[in-house]
Design a protein around this ligand. Structure first.
Ligand SMILES: [Zn+2]
Length: 324
């Protein structure tokens, strides 16, 4: 069964909002686009593994997706943790494209793509470090750690995986996500003895879920050009900003498309970029609505959380506001 489900990362939502509204002539826009692309690829890789895992019988396992656990003033992250009676299994997913050459002698992963060679940090070493951090966490919570196994799942089906030294550890630990149904039985063979009861498994899961702290990036550290971010409601059809609001409808001046709720995306972007408070005046500046009454009517209709009265009133996103 699945004990913790992967959620769409807040970090990606924030990056999407930033990229959408970043001034086009600012050279730093490309950096945010690259970062967003990388994070999206990683998330897609994790979801691919989730899909393949959902296809196998996992009734005797506890699967925890996406854990970020504090330890010794830092955090360790586990993409996928599988708790079984015999062992704990940490699977780190990678969605790298291109040719992936594993060189374990110096813990290197070389990626060759479009004739460009890059050195990546060794995901096997990464997964191994995560496994030791997990053991340390369990010891800290007075749980005798069972064997902790670690694997690396390559989710990009276009990747060409190479192990030129025929290193047995690489052959065993690196696998394609689509192979997971056959990989897990190999781990069971290695650890045939059941050590954990159902209660032990639940206890480990409970401790980890309780300690989990999702990453919420601090926009202040990103040095965003806040006063130059693009304002306005965005046309859902042609993506031009600055739709006009007339009698309950947003109209695009460029393509003529209309929308009933283009202000919702604008408001989400605002909260993601500027933080979780907006006043009536700020909302009017964001959406180019002139009338305080109209702005008030729209803000009130969205069931936002509000504080204060009159001009000082601020509106904040309620729980689940960012769920699609
Ligand atoms: Zn349009």
């Amino acid at each position: 069964m699945i004990g913790k489900v992967r959620e769409f990362p807040k970090e990606i939502m924030i990056l999407e909002a930033i990229v959408r509204r970043f001034p086009a002539d600012d050279y730093r826009k490309a950096d945010f686009e690259k970062k967003l692309y990388r994070k999206l690829a990683g998330y897609k890789g994790e979801k691919t593994l989730d899909y393949h895992l959902s296809q196998i019988d996992h009734s005797e396992m506890l699967i925890l997706q996406d854990l970020r656990i504090p330890i010794n003033d830092t955090f360790f992250q586990l993409d996928t943790l599988i708790i079984t009676p015999q062992f704990l299994l940490n699977i780190d997913s990678k969605n790298y494209a291109g040719t992936l050459i594993f060189l374990p002698e110096f813990n290197q992963l070389i990626r060759v793509q479009n004739d460009i060679q890059e050195v990546f940090s060794d995901p096997i070493l990464q997964a191994r470090i995560q496994a030791s951090q997990l053991k340390a966490f369990l010891k800290k919570h007075h749980i005798d750690p069972p064997p902790v196994e670690y694997l690396v799942a390559i989710s990009n089906s276009q990747a060409l995986i190479k192990n030129p030294d025929h290193d047995p550890d690489v052959s065993y630990r690196v696998f394609r996500s689509s192979f997971v149904a056959y990989k897990i039985p190999q781990v069971y063979q290695k650890y045939p003895k059941a050590i954990l009861s159902k209660n032990d498994m639940k206890k480990i899961s409970r401790h980890l879920i309780k300690a989990h702290q999702p990453l919420i990036p601090d926009n202040k550290t990103m040095n965003l050009p806040l006063d130059q971010m693009i304002q306005g409601a965005q046309c859902p059809s042609c993506e031009t900003f600055g739709m006009d609001y007339r009698q309950g409808n947003w109209t695009c001046n460029y393509c003529g498309n209309t929308s009933k709720d283009a202000h919702i995306q604008a408001l989400k972007d605002y909260f993601l970029i500027y933080g979780p408070f907006i006043t009536n005046r700020q909302f009017r500046e964001l959406t180019n609505i002139n009338s305080t009454t109209t702005a008030n009517r729209i803000l009130t209709s969205l069931n936002l959380v509000y504080n204060g009265t009159n001009k000082g009133r601020t509106y904040s996103p309620p729980k689940n506001f960012f769920d699609q």
